[in-house]
Design a protein around this ligand. Structure first.
Ligand code: 3PY
Ligand code: MG
Length: 246
């Protein structure tokens, strides 16, 4: 049996994830040929609905863990992602220790949390599912100025497995968009530094292979090698360009 996502994170290796927003299980199936370390299904900005989520997780071979970036930090969003079979959740826009504690609570069954028992997949063998459910990985995103200011408090929260930097929102929040100004780079480095000081694994949204490689070299522990929007658009643009200017 392969290690759980939680164990993979704790092992200190860098996880290279493929990120999917387009709501297409067919696209995920094609991308599986690249053997990513993990798959992220984006329910915050992506086109996935709940049925598609359930279907896509059922289709991904068990050797590849699926992480769901949930729409929001609520019991429903986190509970349904986990019920569908996600091994971990990425919770967006976490700005305080209180919010980080809520994310952990939503992900765990009592007595440690308030996750509600149910769903379709977990009920196939609920007893053994519950026995393993404390192995869910809780990843909180720091991606706002407020979250940046609260980074140390967030990192100290019990039950968090990783902090994940949302580079896009962070630059928007800092007023550094579209040019990745120096303060954005500094903010990422500050979060990473705070994580290292708190022995907390830190990941970062990179979205393209060249950035993912750099981030791995910097010690980030979850990077996005590729995302479907960028891959599809870039491939089409490059093919058309080659045709027009041979
Ligand atoms: C961000 O960059 O803000 C993200 O949430 C990753 O898509
Ligand atoms: Mg974001």
């Amino acid at each position: 049996k392969r290690p759980t996502l939680k164990t993979m994170i704790a092992s200190g290796r860098c996880i290279g994830a493929a990120w999917f927003s387009l709501g297409s299980a067919a696209l995920v199936e094609l991308a599986l040929k690249s053997e990513p370390d993990a798959i992220v299904i984006d329910m915050q900005h992506g086109l996935w609905d709940r049925r598609e989520l359930e279907a896509v997780i059922g289709m991904v071979p068990s050797r590849i863990p699926v992480i769901v970036r949930v729409a929001e930090n609520t019991a429903l969003a986190i509970g349904t992602a986990l019920d569908a079979g996600a091994e971990g959740v990425i919770v967006p826009l976490v700005e305080s220790a209180k919010e980080a504690r809520a994310a952990v609570r939503h992900a765990l069954y009592p007595p440690h949390g308030n996750r509600s028992g149910g769903g379709v997949r977990p009920l196939k063998d609920f007893q053994s599912y519950v026995a393993g459910a404390d192995g869910i990985a809780v990843i909180v995103m720091i991606e706002t100025e407020k979250g940046l200011d609260a980074a140390e408090d967030i990192i100290a929260v019990d039950g968090i497995d990783m902090v994940f930097i949302g580079t896009g929102d962070l630059s928007l929040s800092l007023g550094a968009f579209p040019i990745h100004r120096h303060d954005h780079t500094v903010a990422c480095a500050d979060i990473h530094k705070a994580c290292r000081a708190g022995y907390m694994p830190c990941g970062i949204f990179t979205g393209r292979p060249e950035f993912a490689t750099v981030a791995r070299g910097q010690g980030y522990r979850l990077v996005t090698i590729a995302n479907d929007i960028d891959m599809v658009q870039r491939s089409f643009v490059e093919a058309a360009k080659r045709f027009r200017d041979p």
